[in-house]
Ligand binder design. Sequence first.
Ligand SMILES: Cc1cc2nc3c(=O)[nH]c(=O)nc-3n(C[C@H](O)[C@H](O)[C@H](O)COP(=O)(O)OP(=O)(O)OC[C@H]3O[C@@H](n4cnc5c(N)ncnc54)[C@H](O)[C@@H]3O)c2cc1C
Ligand SMILES: NC(=O)c1ccc[n+]([C@@H]2O[C@H](COP(=O)([O-])OP(=O)(O)OC[C@H]3O[C@@H](n4cnc5c(N)ncnc54)[C@H](OP(=O)(O)O)[C@@H]3O)[C@@H](O)[C@H]2O)c1
Length: 464
Amino acid sequence: MTSSHLHNLRVAIVGAGPAGIYAGNILTNSVTDAGGAVAIDLFESLPAPYGLIRYGVAPDHPRIKGIVNSLHEMLDAGTTRFIGNVEVGRDISLDELHERYDAVILATGAIRDAALDIPGIDLPGSYGAADFVAWYDGHPDVPTEWPLDQREVAVIGNGNVALDVARVLAKHAVDLRSTEIADNVLAGLEASAVTDVHVFGRRGPADIKFTPIELRELGEVPNVEIVVHDEDFVDADPANASNNQLKVMLRILNGWRTRESTGASRRLHLHFYHSPVEVLGEGKVEGIRFERTRPVGDGRVEGTGEFREFAVQQLYRAVGYYGTPVIDAPFDERAGVVPNVEGRVKDARVTGDSDAPVITGLYATGWIKRGPVGLIGHTKSDAMETVAHLVADAEAGRLTAPAIDGDVLELLDEREVAYTTWDGWLALDAHERELGATHLHTRERVKVVPRDEQVRISRGTLVP
Ligand SMILES: Cc1cc2nc3c(=O)[nH]c(=O)nc-3n(C[C@H](O)[C@H](O)[C@H](O)COP(=O)(O)OP(=O)(O)OC[C@H]3O[C@@H](n4cnc5c(N)ncnc54)[C@H](O)[C@@H]3O)c2cc1C
Ligand SMILES: NC(=O)c1ccc[n+]([C@@H]2O[C@H](COP(=O)([O-])OP(=O)(O)OC[C@H]3O[C@@H](n4cnc5c(N)ncnc54)[C@H](OP(=O)(O)O)[C@@H]3O)[C@@H](O)[C@H]2O)c1
């Protein structure tokens, strides 16, 4: 028998990245399977859906197309209503959502860089990887120009973001032409002076957080040579690898030790056991100083007391992302997540307050729930856990019924918020594909970058 609480359930989801979209889809299925009915509004601060899939995944990584197609189908089914260009906390408050919905799910992910707290990190020429990623993916809220006027560049970190950033910096622009990269980005990369990209890990080859496909791909970039250093391979025997993925990657890395020099015009250097200590320079980045480390046997490293300096004129820190808080929602600033127990948000303003009660009707999923680690697919299992608790709370009558009836779009209209809709996204999507088809270098799409232009195309108010 269906719980009466599962009828006319109204849920708001904040953030239309994969976590928010999966949550909407799983919630719809759970409730309808139980014979109930749910109306879901999916709020997104950007005019377009897909979060880091649109503004994080590298343009030369079309492999995730299958995932995008399935997320598209979920929203196209119409059971989750997309409401874009609406920032929760600014255009509508969290309290206003609570007044209108039985439950709110926060799925705001992460868009900023984690901090790297070393002297000199704020010097001009020192950047966060997330900002560079946002630029090359055509995010509407970052400047359209990026200074690629230096030859030697450092990337700090040994995760997949570091690999993406290093690859895009090293790759010749001609090899990115067929991707959906925006024209301003292609022009910036075509003018790039970069010759050497140095990637630094503070631990060893056996402690990398790369994935095999991404690592192998690095060695296949045309006219770019990979440089590794024998002294870094103290603990890198594939036979000792703790899992198969690592075994594959250690084979790839070891293979590069013996590869003949190709005389390529750009080089990508991989350095291990370099812990960043200070960014050097008078008024701008001129170098970076590291302490050499060594393994202590349990995956950790210790400083050796030996310091090394590298002359680089630009620096990108790819040391992780940092969660996007929502105004008036609890936020754990240390961990960069919304504090929660399996997706139920805790009323804790203080990190580590394990006794804090959960907030009725407030949930979290995706990167904002568990931190900025994991692939798109992981956000699906996140959503399953969170939605299961929401449905259980609804069935048990633990949610508070909305105090205000009526369509939230009326409130947004009253406030003159230029929200975008799913039909609007279909229009923008078609427009971008059309731009791609008619482009000098034919490609699947060319992204529209400026926010106002995206909004005008979505809302059908673009003057041709
Ligand atoms: C550079 C990079 C490349 C990656 N490449 C891959 C890859 O190739 N393959 C792979 O499987 N995974 C990849 N990942 C991981 C993948 O992107 C994440 O696992 C996934 O995007 C996390 O989903 P999410 O929905 O939690 O967050 P996000 O994707 O960040 O989505 C959150 C959404 O919430 C919106 N939002 C934030 N605040 C508000 C607000 N106040 N109001 C309304 N909306 C708001 C944001 O605009 C955003 O659209 C990559 C990650 C990065 C950083
Ligand atoms: N193509 C893809 O599939 C793809 C692309 C991009 C991102 N992603 C995924 O997105 C998630 C986030 O990736 P990410 O690269 O941002 O994070 P990540 O995988 O957590 O890697 C962060 C890296 O930064 C290093 N680091 C952290 N603090 C540091 C410090 N103070 N000094 C020096 N190094 C420091 C870490 O080293 P330690 O290990 O020593 O802590 C680690 O090597 C990952 O799950 C990733 O797989 C996937």
